[in-house]
Ligand binder design. Sequence first.
Ligand SMILES: *[C@@H]1O[C@H](CO)[C@@H](O)[C@H](O)[C@H]1NC(C)=O
Ligand SMILES: *[C@@H]1O[C@H](CO)[C@@H](O)[C@H](O)[C@H]1NC(C)=O
Ligand SMILES: *[C@@H]1O[C@H](CO)[C@@H](O)[C@H](O)[C@H]1NC(C)=O
Ligand SMILES: *[C@@H]1O[C@H](CO)[C@@H](O)[C@H](O)[C@H]1NC(C)=O
Ligand SMILES: *[C@@H]1O[C@H](CO)[C@@H](O)[C@H](O)[C@H]1NC(C)=O
Ligand SMILES: *[C@@H]1O[C@H](CO)[C@@H](O)[C@H](O)[C@H]1NC(C)=O
Ligand SMILES: *[C@@H]1O[C@H](CO)[C@@H](O)[C@H](O)[C@H]1NC(C)=O
Ligand SMILES: *[C@@H]1O[C@H](CO)[C@@H](O)[C@H](O)[C@H]1NC(C)=O
Ligand SMILES: *[C@@H]1O[C@H](CO)[C@@H](O)[C@H](O)[C@H]1NC(C)=O
Ligand SMILES: *[C@@H]1O[C@H](CO)[C@@H](O)[C@H](O)[C@H]1NC(C)=O
Ligand SMILES: *[C@@H]1O[C@H](CO)[C@@H](O)[C@H](O)[C@H]1NC(C)=O
Ligand SMILES: *[C@@H]1O[C@H](CO)[C@@H](O)[C@H](O)[C@H]1NC(C)=O
Length: 741
Amino acid sequence: MRLNRLFLIVATFLICFIKISSGTYETWYPENVGRTDLLCPSDCNLRESSLGTYNSTNKCCVCNAVPSWQLYGDISFLKVEYVRRDGTVHLIGERENKTKLVHHKGFVTSLPTNICEFPNLVFVSLQNNKISTIGNISCLISLDTLDLSYNSIHFISNKTFTGLRNLRILNINNNYLATLEPFALVGTTLQIFRADLSSNNLTEIDISNLISEKYICKYDFSKNNITKMVNDANFSLNGNKTVYKCGFIDLNNNNFESFIDFVELGIDDITLLGRVLECGFSMQAMKWDCDCQMEPFLELASKVISRIWRDYFNLTCWNPPEYRNMSVPGFATKDDFLNDNLHLLICNMSEGEEGKCPRYCHCYVQPKLHRTVVNCTSIGLTKLPLYMPDKENLTILMANNSIEIFESRNYLNRTRVIDISDNLIRIFTEDAVSMLITDTVLTMNNNSFKKIPREFQKFDPCSKVRMGQVILDCDCKDIWIGDWAENRNVKQCNNLTEILCSTRNGQVSWIHLTWNDICGFENYDLFRILSILFSIALLVAVITSSVFYTFRFELSLIFRKVRSRDQRRVKPWLQYDVLVSFNEENETVRKWVIETLEPQLQLAGYKSCLPLRDTIPGTLKEDEMIYNINRSKNYIVILCDDYLGDQWKEKEWKYVWHSFHKNLDRNIVLVNFDQVETSDIVNSRLKAFLRLTLDIDFANRNNTFLEDIQDKLGPPMRYGRVLRNAKTKYVTKTEHVELNI
Ligand SMILES: *[C@@H]1O[C@H](CO)[C@@H](O)[C@H](O)[C@H]1NC(C)=O
Ligand SMILES: *[C@@H]1O[C@H](CO)[C@@H](O)[C@H](O)[C@H]1NC(C)=O
Ligand SMILES: *[C@@H]1O[C@H](CO)[C@@H](O)[C@H](O)[C@H]1NC(C)=O
Ligand SMILES: *[C@@H]1O[C@H](CO)[C@@H](O)[C@H](O)[C@H]1NC(C)=O
Ligand SMILES: *[C@@H]1O[C@H](CO)[C@@H](O)[C@H](O)[C@H]1NC(C)=O
Ligand SMILES: *[C@@H]1O[C@H](CO)[C@@H](O)[C@H](O)[C@H]1NC(C)=O
Ligand SMILES: *[C@@H]1O[C@H](CO)[C@@H](O)[C@H](O)[C@H]1NC(C)=O
Ligand SMILES: *[C@@H]1O[C@H](CO)[C@@H](O)[C@H](O)[C@H]1NC(C)=O
Ligand SMILES: *[C@@H]1O[C@H](CO)[C@@H](O)[C@H](O)[C@H]1NC(C)=O
Ligand SMILES: *[C@@H]1O[C@H](CO)[C@@H](O)[C@H](O)[C@H]1NC(C)=O
Ligand SMILES: *[C@@H]1O[C@H](CO)[C@@H](O)[C@H](O)[C@H]1NC(C)=O
Ligand SMILES: *[C@@H]1O[C@H](CO)[C@@H](O)[C@H](O)[C@H]1NC(C)=O
């Protein structure tokens, strides 16, 4: 009995010892999942594994917990029975207790038709069958493990696993999976701890299937053909959540081309990534593009990146070729002087329409230095390019071209650095310089300008402007250069920029420039004042003389009126009181003159000469005309539409005018027979008469018409006193000479 008891105690002790040495398990209640059948090793949070160090029980258990039926084996197996030749099967077996289905290397083409009748099914393993679709399995509420590897599944929707609250392990590796919808693996009611979708045909992966709020153990997407991460369901990282617990995500052996664009993935703030994400990604053997897209990520997240990114230190570049096999983290690693190489991560921009990079230039975005570089060095430009990339903070390098004018361009206010040294710049336009922002660094050594606009004053010549030594042609307007030098204390940076002004006293440095050097009176003002006065005088002279010329006949008529008052001396050589000049061809005028005017004049005591009547036939017509004109005291001109109709009348009028013009005592009475307008007259002498209204309007004639004429003619001469003497002839001859000119 004693021995018996002793044996029992020893046995109990032994059992206990064995149990302890094989590890103890504790019930583990995963968050958010109402499961009570999971057992987690007691020492779980102390373990280390290939997936990292667990410092949290949950993190460890998610990988190491097992269901009790697995540990204790209290589970029965189901059998499949083929019901048709096409691979349709159904299940046979017990339904009350937890059951397990294992059928490898068969011909099953779809899940058993009666599978929903086995709600206690916890384990399904149908490796190496011919299943192409999973179908609706949301009835399998107890399902813990689903292994469909080595089948022909090509599609998983985000409804495929809904309702499977207990699904813990999913194996769909080595299928033809091409589509995995957003939120297919990660969802509010799902918590799959391990998913193996390796060796499939996925070409893209949605970020919603990678980042989980709950702990997961490992999702394996390796050996697919994934080229990019997408965000089709507008996933966005919620910064309010303390952490996305996540787990290990294996993306090795895919074909990612460009670096992950986190902004496109809904992660605007990359620092958030490190703060809220505990996921670990592995992306080995990938051909990374080391370009500007990678830069912000490396710069901001390099502290946390190594934790998230398991093989971070193994990342190498593939493109551009010159960076091939360089280590990606190497770009972010600081050297002894705390410099990193992130400035090497750039994106080139295309020429023309799309990238707006000017032809033959090399343009690239360089995020590390917050700039876009446009390198047009030595490409033979003759003027500033018309457009530049639509970016802020341009750095425009145009050294060693043939640009002559620095003119306004709409990109100048987006520019921070301009290098136009070794060009042929002659002119800086005011517009262009005023458009530049004050912070612009402007290098302009070796050009040929002799002037700079005052707008330069806004720049700090020590830190922003580099000219080298330049010699300017300074005048009084450039006195600001002296102020500029003084205010900005340029002595200290004379080795960067030194302006010399050439003046009459030789070259003067801008440091010593004084008003007297460039603004002396004799130098500038006197000449200027004189030239202004001279031009005013010239202008006045030109205007006056042109007015005098235009109105010369009017002026002479006015002048004459003033002078000819009361000249009533008797001129014995005069033969007629009045010569009537009119167009004899005009029937109306002729009739009026002969039948009305002449008799009335005669009645009033005037002796009149009508060329028509008083010309002696057979004499030279022109001589006779002049003779008569000289012998008449006054002239009546009957102005009708065609008064100057032929050349003889024109001559007659000319001689009448000259005789009138030379002799102050003679008068012309102009009778406007047809009410001719000033504007209809071409002859400027007749025009002058009409302008000064010295004519008698024929239409308005009334009883005073004859009186008006008499008034202008003056009293008639006494007859009989008229002599033809030599003196008269002599005087008229002088007139003839003048008239004939
Ligand atoms: C686990 O370790 C990480 C860093 O490795 C730390 O940020 C986190 O707070 C730790 N968690 C627990 C529960 O200690
Ligand atoms: C279920 O399991 C219990 C104990 O494990 C056993 O007694 C019972 O017979 C089983 N039920 C069926 C239907 O096999
Ligand atoms: C799957 O079957 C259940 C009933 O068993 C039904 O309620 C559910 O709508 C079905 N789901 C789909 C996606 O057809
Ligand atoms: C399921 O997938 C479809 C199509 O890919 C997507 O539009 C939808 O948002 C997804 N459903 C959920 C709940 O995310
Ligand atoms: C994998 O996808 C590619 C294109 O996406 C297709 O051409 C190929 O046939 C697919 N392979 C299989 C086995 O389905
Ligand atoms: C990967 O996908 C691309 C198209 O997305 C296809 O051209 C290529 O052949 C695929 N590679 C493999 C190994 O399937
Ligand atoms: C985060 O919290 C603030 C208030 O605490 C709320 O206004 C905001 O909508 C939350 N953001 C998200 C994405 O839930
Ligand atoms: C880097 O890659 C090599 C071989 O691919 C592997 O042995 C090593 O563990 C990796 N290192 C890290 C830190 O991932
Ligand atoms: C331009 O430069 C300024 C100052 O360096 C910087 O604050 C700004 O973010 C830059 N802009 C861009 C688009 O890089
Ligand atoms: C600009 O181009 C020239 C020659 O093409 C090269 O020497 C220089 O290094 C380039 N500068 C920058 C900043 O890219
Ligand atoms: C630059 O000037 C253009 C007009 O030429 C104006 O439309 C634009 O807003 C300006 N840009 C900045 C950044 O001031
Ligand atoms: C110009 O001179 C200053 C001090 O006079 C000096 O610090 C600076 O390095 C010089 N710069 C050049 C380009 O020689």
